[in-house]
Ligand binder design. Structure first.
Ligand SMILES: [Zn+2]
Length: 74
């Protein structure tokens, strides 16, 4: 089942596969340390049962904020 899933970066409407957090452009703006955290805490199938861990949600939030800060500063 493929659902419409959008990039989580602020203001981005790019459609992406649900297992990814962001589109390629925004993901590339996430600091390596944050990328690693998101990938490490991702659990296979979490996008299907909609039950990601708190660790994943925290890592995802950090990554989204990092992109937002980068965009705000050009
Ligand atoms: Zn995006």
């Amino acid at each position: 089942m493929i659902q419409i899933h959008k990039c989580h970066a602020f203001g981005c409407d790019e459609h992406i596969h649900p297992r990814f957090l962001m589109c390629a452009k925004h993901w590339a703006m996430v600091p390596k340390r944050s990328q690693t955290k998101v990938l490490k805490t991702y659990r296979k199938g979490q996008e299907i049962d909609k039950n990601p861990s708190n660790e994943y949600l925290f890592a995802a939030k950090e990554a989204i904020q990092a992109v937002q800060i980068k965009e705000a500063h050009g």
